[in-house]
Design a protein around this ligand. Sequence first.
Ligand code: MN
Ligand code: MN
Length: 304
Amino acid sequence: MFMRVDKLQTELPKPTKADPNAASALQELLGGKFGEMSTLNNYMFQSFNFRNKHKLKPFHSLVAGITAEELGHVELVTTGINMVAAGPDPDRGTDVSKGPYADMSDMRNAASFLHAGGAAMVADSNFQPWNGTFVFSTGNLVLDTLHNFFLECGARMHKLRVYETLTEDNKTGREVCAYLLVRGSVHAHAYALALKKLTGVAMEKMLPVPNIELGNIPECQKYLDEGSHRRLYRWSPTDFAEMAGIWGNGEQALPGDPPGELEVVDGMPDGGKMPDLEGAAGAFTPDYRPEEIFEIATKLYKKM
Ligand code: MN
Ligand code: MN
């Protein structure tokens, strides 16, 4: 089962301008082959399909716990795309005869406005839809874990490249990349340690891939300072503690990152405020005359 908390895993700074093309670049981190939809669904289906989990608890707990975190990453990057695409003033007015969205026909992805009203789509940066063939779940523990290690390294590559497309004033987009880079680096490290326990091969010596430390990304610094690169979360009040057999046991942070022992944290991170994405009446989100549905909703929650 899953429980839902109405927070983001980290707080995203408000956008200073609308930048639909930058939002398109961020789409790679949502619906690309190495995006959050892929990490989520790979680990989710591997954890659902897992055999002999009572005998292999540390390995099942690891992939099950990371699944829950990836669901929150899908939420984070989707929220970031919405914020960057619409900017601080999403409503461009309601006079439809004035072509309030004329510029959208020149955007890399006109469909993000035409289809989704400026919101995120389950697609990559070229708006190829995400699909289930990106899920690798053979049931072979070594092979699936090796795939997950590769997937996190590939995801790290994509996050770094998307980060490089964002200018300094795109604080929202850069924060999405920085947070996901830190957490993705943890996951690559975790799967490397799982492979070491399974095979004796010290896969973590290969990291980081690509070979650039997190400290080179200014927006990563606060996450390193708070030790996020050393933490895995259980995402449960009662279950999945066994992952400490892999992420713990005296294992240390990677040599290029701030030193310290790896730790499993009960529950989930504190997280940050969930932004309230503003509607745009001219784009009919949530409607052209939203006052009517606001009034209906107000009556509903007043009854509670
Ligand atoms: Mn992720
Ligand atoms: Mn990950």
